[in-house]
Design a protein around this ligand. Structure first.
Ligand SMILES: O=C1C[C@@](O)(C(=O)O)C[C@@H](O)[C@@H]1O
Length: 893
């Protein structure tokens, strides 16, 4: 495997212009990640030792009376203006600069590097200046410069600050800045830093990091662990082709870091006052629009920190069937010198949170086990919670028994994390204290309340019901998690309504499972699949019949993929294909009380709109439907209920009152583009895309491009009128008020998307449009009836992007198409090729959510698609399956 690319230090001296232009910074990132490891090492090496030591020596040289940052963490507020500058602070080799460029592109902010400013202002690097003029002069200069820089770049910037050269007053300045700005401490594992820096003794580096980490933690209010990525195997790169360009190693880091930013920043749907666009959280997936804690019968898989620390932990398989990932942390003794978490412990927690975040789409719940049994318990509990808040988990539990004042202080520093007020106590459910706790939790601002109690007998269920009903009667909107635990508590665990704690399937197979149960008899030890099975066998949920309707259904891989998904989650649904030449047969099965939904394929995607009583905004914008779901309860005025209500009635049989149409194709296209596009080709105002074809898939493609913020779209179709119709449709959309809310980035005044149509392969690339970096072929790649396959390839003059890009062919029956072969042989090797097998599962994940109200078990569905694929002669391709399976691990979750 190629070595890690994130953390490759850019030469900021060479990139000083980039500080002002995120765009050019990113093109440089491309070059650097391709070739920069050795180059940048050479540049850095002479300074490493000195810069590593400057923090320690500054500690010695600064007068004693200068205070060291010690502010009580409780004072951290984590509430910022949307355009407040973001600081990335960390030791050398942690990847700050790379992450800064990634963030600057996504948030449209400029990068400001404090070391570069120092060099520009003084003509010396910080290390050389210190050597030449002494530590005190250096510290004064550094402080002055930092003060000015923080003031000048208060808004709209990503500030990179090398923690190693931050002396005490600088630390105080940073701590003060953190009162109103996100200051993110970037950490990375020792071995990756060591490998990156080269030449520094490992033991010495460890000591340096151990010394600096607590200081940098005090100066910052957030923390991001930059996990080293390995070069992915390119899924559809034939074995004779080189592995993927090194820049693709950045994709996962890019996604994980942007997700983290979306969790700490306030998202501006439209451009903010300074033009920044903080990344929103996974928009478009149906379940992303509904708060996890409000959905019913959800599960949170509990995994102890110790299990997550294992090298080979497979996060995705732990999570199947769950709606949240709960990391369980057992408090350990604090560092006796400062009463804080030991550095290694804090690093382990950061590392595991990042591991989870990069591998799953479900929210993270950070839970510190409350325990009163040890001397250090209370202090350690609080420190672990405070540390957890730095990682911006979507949910964090707070033990309500530690006292209202302390809980209030912690909640005040929650940032955007949702708080679960938690009590586990062996106290009768009839006891008044539970209601009191609930009231306190609501008053303090908890978003969810969780009560658990070890059951003595199965009969304890009745009193849980009693408490649930009593609290329900208050009409509070704060959801209650409430169940018995232990073996006798399993039934009540199954019927708990929100975020039921479950264990991963694999824990059952561990040799120490019996010992774990014995050690912790107060856990229910149920899996998500067992809970789901219980819910279906008690008619809480019902078996659903899900259909696929179309004129040629025999090639579809959807049945295999969806069935595998249901089985993995313990759902009994049945999937049926209906091959038909008219939509009439739809009427027969939609009136079945167990009708669970329908995938609509050609030629019905447009015709079916007339049968739908409501359409999602995406289906309406695209003008085609590929997914129908039943509506069993209408609002009083006959209108269709909102997203949450629609999800609450999933998988419950009954007469169908109406049909709701959606389109998930664009989500799949967007995911593939995102995955295939290198950070160097990240979407910016000049990015151009080419869409080949003008049918339904071309419409989904244009919509996906608009959602990604692409503003220059060229449509090539042999029948020009059809291409023009498509352009008229989308020009109208982006000019309409509906378009403004649907694709805000496309409708910002003065920067409306530009469309262009072409009808001949001989046409030169149109003037005023950059060469395309995204090319989507939406014409058939296989023969249809008597029509031969079009054998489409791209003319040379449209493939001139100097940074390559992504080519995607939205077909999967034939894989070895002329277009794929062309891209495979393309001499620059800068193009990524994606096809229908990459796309199919991505769009199906959204369908799975719409049908079941649950997140799809993504890895399993991806695997099954590959295994079920047959070529036009009915043959499997085991070599292709093996190659792509390897690549699955490298894909976004
Ligand atoms: O067009 C397609 C392809 C598909 O029908 C299939 O199973 O191949 C699945 C549909 O969801 C999608 O819209």
């Amino acid at each position: 495997m190629a070595s890690a690319a994130v953390g490759t230090k850019r030469s900021f001296a060479a990139m000083s212009e980039d500080s002002r232009s995120p765009t050019s910074a990113l093109s440089t990132l491309h070059d650097v990640s391709m070739s920069g490891v050795h180059y940048s090492r050479q540049r850095l090496k002479p300074n490493i030792e000195e810069s590593l030591t400057s923090m320690t020596s500054s500690a010695r040289s600064t007068p004693r009376h200068t205070p060291v940052p010690t502010s009580p963490p409780g004072e951290i507020r984590r509430v910022f203006e949307p355009d407040a500058s973001i600081v990335l602070i960390g030791m050398r080799g942690t990847g700050k600069s790379t992450l800064a460029v990634i963030a600057s592109m996504a948030c449209r902010r400029r990068v400001v590097d404090i070391d570069d400013l120092f060099q520009e202002a003084t003509g010396f690097s910080t290390a050389k200046y210190r050597k030449q003029f002494g530590a005190s002069n250096h510290n004064l200069r550094q402080e002055e410069l930092l003060r000015t820089a923080l003031r000048a770049h208060d808004k709209g910037a990503i500030i990179v600050c090398n923690g190693g050269s931050l002396e005490r007053n600088g630390q105080l300045l940073m701590q003060e800045f953190a009162g109103t700005h996100p200051v993110i401490h970037i950490v990375r594992d020792l071995h990756s830093i060591h490998e990156y820096l080269g030449g520094v003794e490992l033991r010495r580096l460890r000591d340096m990091l151990a010394f600096s980490a607590p200081i940098l933690r005090r100066c910052s209010n957030y923390e991001f662990c930059n996990i080293s990525e390995h070069a992915p195997t390119r899924s559809n790169t034939p074995s004779d082709q080189l592995i993927a360009p090194a820049f693709l190693t950045l994709k996962r880091a890019q996604r994980t870091f942007l997700k983290f930013l979306s969790l700490i920043l306030t998202c501006d749907a439209a451009d903010g006052p300074v033009g920044n666009a903080n990344p929103p959280l996974e928009p478009g997936y149906p379940l992303s629009d509904v708060a996890t804690e409000l959905r019913k019968y959800t599960c949170a898989v509990q995994v102890p920190l110790s299990d997550l620390l294992a090298e080979d932990v497979d996060i995705q398989s732990l999570e199947y069937g769950s709606d949240a990932f709960e990391m369980v942390v057992d408090p350990t003794e604090l560092d006796p010198h400062n009463q804080r978490l030991r550095t290694e412990r804090a690093d382990d927690i950061s590392n595991c949170i990042s591991k989870i975040r990069r591998s799953t789409v479900v929210p993270i719940l950070y839970h510190v086990l409350p325990s009163a049994s040890k001397d250090y318990s209370r202090g350690s509990y609080l420190e672990h919670v405070r540390h957890g808040l730095r990682m911006a988990p979507e949910f964090i539990s707070m033990d309500l028994s530690i006292g209202a004042e302390t809980v209030a202080e912690l909640i005040a520093s929650r940032g955007k994390s949702k708080i679960i007020g938690h009590v586990h106590a062996d106290k009768s459910w009839d006891h008044r204290s539970w209601s009191n706790y609930y009231e306190t939790a609501v008053r303090l601002g908890c978003d969810v309340v969780r009560f658990t109690r070890p059951a003595k007998s199965v009969d304890d269920d009745a009193s849980v019901h009693h408490l649930r009903s009593k609290i329900h009667a208050r009409n509070s909107t704060v959801p209650l998690i409430c169940h018995n635990t232990g073996r006798a508590g399993r039934r009540s665990t199954c019927f708990n309504k929100h975020l039921t704690s479950v264990i991963p399937e694999s824990v059952r197979d561990k040799p120490d499972f019996a010992a774990r149960c014995e050690h912790n008899p107060e856990t229910s030890w149920l899996t998500a699949r067992e809970v789901t099975t219980a819910l279906y066998s008690t008619f809480t949920f019902d078996l659903m019949k899900i259909h696929l309707i179309g004129a040629r259904t025999q090639y579809s891989l959807s049945p295999a993929m969806h069935n595998a998904g249901y089985a993995a989650c313990g759902m009994p649904h049945q999937f049926k294909c209906v091959q038909t030449s008219t939509l009439k047969s739809l009427q027969e099965f939609v009136h079945d009380p167990n009708f669970g939904g329908c995938i609509v394929i050609q030629p019905f995607k447009i015709e079916v709109i007339s049968l739908a009583d409501s359409l999602s905004q995406h289906a309406r914008a695209i003008g085609a439907v590929n997914t129908l779901i039943p509506i069993r309860h209408l609002n009083g005025d006959g209108s269709v209920p909102g997203d949450l209500e629609l999800f609450q009635e999933r998988c419950q049989s009954g007469s169908v009152q109406a049909l709701h149409g959606d389109n998930t194709e664009w989500i799949g296209i967007r995911s593939c583009i995102r995955r295939g596009l290198s950070p160097a080709n990240a979407v910016r105002p000049t990015t151009c895309a080419l869409v080949v074809g003008a049918g339904g898939m071309a419409r989904s493609s244009v919509y996906a491009l608009l959602q990604l913020g692409v503003k220059n779209i060229v449509v090539f179709n042999r029948t020009l009128e059809k291409a023009e119709d498509l352009v008229v449709h989308f020009t109208r959309l982006v000019s309409s008020s509906a378009g403004a809310s649907l694709v805000p980035s496309a409708t910002v005044q003065g920067s409306r998307p530009m469309f262009h149509t072409m009808k001949s392969r001989d046409d030169p690339w149109p003037e005023g449009f950059r060469q395309p970096t995204i090319i989507l072929s939406c014409i058939p790649a296989d023969p249809i009836d008597d029509n031969p396959a079009p054998h489409f390839t791209l003319p040379e003059q449209w493939l001139k992007s100097p940074t390559g890009g992504v080519v995607m062919e939205l077909a999967y029956r034939t894989l070895n198409t002329p277009l794929m072969n062309q891209i495979r042989e393309e001499p620059s090797r800068l193009w990524t090729f994606m096809d229908g097998l990459d796309w199919l599962p991505e769009q199906a994940f959204a369908q799975f959510e719409l049908f079941t109200g649950k997140r799809a078990p993504r890895r399993i569905m991806r695997e099954v698609v590959l295994q079920a694929w047959r070529d036009e002669h009915g043959n499997a391709d085991p070599e292709m399956v093996e190659r792509r399976m390897k690549a699955i691990d490298d894909q976004e979750p």
